[in-house]
Design a protein around this ligand. Structure first.
Ligand code: COA
Length: 367
């Protein structure tokens, strides 16, 4: 059975920064309160011309470049998101088109802030069972579009961004070793976006009552998160045959610094073992773990051979973890930069649309 290695990683962050002081001009809050309760100093907000797919595509291209892979070599794209561009088509399909991954199947995965863990596990299983060789996993969010900027309980927390991994098959031992995926739908009301789905389609009432915004019971979510983070880390490490003391790094979902502190206490591990960057990005939901991973590599905190656990939690309720032996690129052959494929993507897309139009004109009436 092949191993599923993480061979590429990338991130994309919008330029616009919203600081705690900026928020204090919008709602009744202040920098000291936000920093003390969450550890967040600032977050990035997508510009009007940016979207979940455009951030996801940019992160994907960076990841492909690290892996030395061309978009056309990708077999499968999984995009984890809670802020998809549409109910359908999948945001993964828009990214597939944007980067020119013409051979790839693409679908979205919805498991909120735990989604990236679930998606990497799905990608790794697809490789291990032999149905794909190269998988692109993306976590992308523009949750700022679902935030009520008058609600101080919510608007201080979230930020936009995207991260991506390339997973590749190899006979060399390593890569994704074990995983844990859990859900508890009895807590579905604790963190939700109530309207816009089939239960509450958009209507004057849903808009008027703010049902298209994120709703959350912060205290309960906090309690749940502190309970599951340490548990899932221990479980996934045991499944891999490791002790938590063996871990070079733990990359937790970046929701709140206090939740990460509590996990460290629960695991009896020093904070140096945890990657933390929530202060600069806020909670980017499913994108937070890959973004933190990219920065961990850049800071030299993650090296080939290192044992790492990634652990997340979120709406659903969902939580999960994965244990991996860090790999690095396995393909050394230099390729045409992935960006080239992306530059030609709009022209290719246009040609395909034109062909469909002509086919409709010439053959449509016969059927
Ligand atoms: N600025 C200033 N004061 C605020 C505030 C803000 N942004 N938000 C709430 N407050 C006030 C409250 O009104 C309350 O005042 P009161 O005591 O006069 O009623 C007080 O601060 C304490 O509020 P509380 O909600 O108890 O704060 P908290 O310590 O639970 O912190 C969260 C709130 C949201 C930061 C915290 O519950 C949390 O992080 N929860 C987890 C959320 C999360 O991670 N969600 C994503 C999961 S993926």
């Amino acid at each position: 059975m092949p191993y599923a290695h993480i061979t590429g990683w990338g991130m994309s962050i919008p330029q616009k920064i919203l600081t705690n002081d900026d928020l204090a001009k919008m709602v009744d809050t202040n920098d000291a309160w936000i920093q003390e309760r969450t550890g967040i100093r600032e977050r990035h907000i997508a510009a009007e011309n940016q979207s979940t797919a455009s951030l996801g595509a940019e992160a994907a291209l960076h990841a492909l470049r690290v892996a030395n892979l061309a978009p056309t070599e990708i077999d499968l794209i999984i995009c984890s998101t809670s802020s998809p561009e549409h109910t359908f088509p999948a945001t993964a399909c828009l990214i597939q088109d944007a980067i020119g991954a013409t051979r790839a199947g693409a679908f979205d995965l919805s498991a909120a802030c735990s989604g990236f863990i679930f998606a990497v596990n799905m990608g790794a299983q697809t490789i291990k069972t032999g149905s794909a060789k190269n998988v692109l996993v993306i976590g992308a969010e523009t949750l700022s579009r679902f935030v009520d900027w008058n609600d101080r309980n919510i608007c201080i927390l979230f930020g936009d961004g995207a991260g991506a991994f390339v997973l590749q098959a190899s006979d060399r031992p390593g890569g994704v070793i074990s995983s844990v995926m859990r859900s508890d739908g009895s807590g579905s009301d604790l963190l939700s976006l109530p309207a816009g789905g089939s239960k509450h389609p958009a209507s004057e009432i849903t808009v008027h009552t703010g049902m298209h915004f994120i709703h959350m019971d912060g205290k309960e979510v906090f309690r749940f998160a502190t309970r599951v983070m340490a548990q899932a880390t221990i479980e996934v490490a045991e499944k891999a045959g490791w002790k938590t003391a063996d871990l070079a790094l733990i990359i937790p979902h970046q929701a709140n610094r206090r939740i990460i502190d509590a996990a460290a206490r629960g695991l009896k591990l020093p904070m140096e073992k945890f990657m933390v960057n929530v202060e600069r990005y806020g909670n980017t939901s499913t994108a937070s773990i890959p973004i933190a991973t990219v920065e961990a590599v850049q800071q030299g905190r993650l090296k080939p051979g290192d044992k790492v656990v990634m652990v997340g939690f979120g709406a659903g309720l969902t939580w999960g973890a994965l244990a991996a032996e860090w790999s690095g690129p396995i393909s050394t052959e230099r390729k045409l930069a992935p960006e080239w494929y992306a530059w030609f993507a709009p022209a290719r897309s246009l040609v395909r649309r034109a062909i469909r139009l002509l086919e409709g004109l010439f053959f449509g009436r016969k059927s």
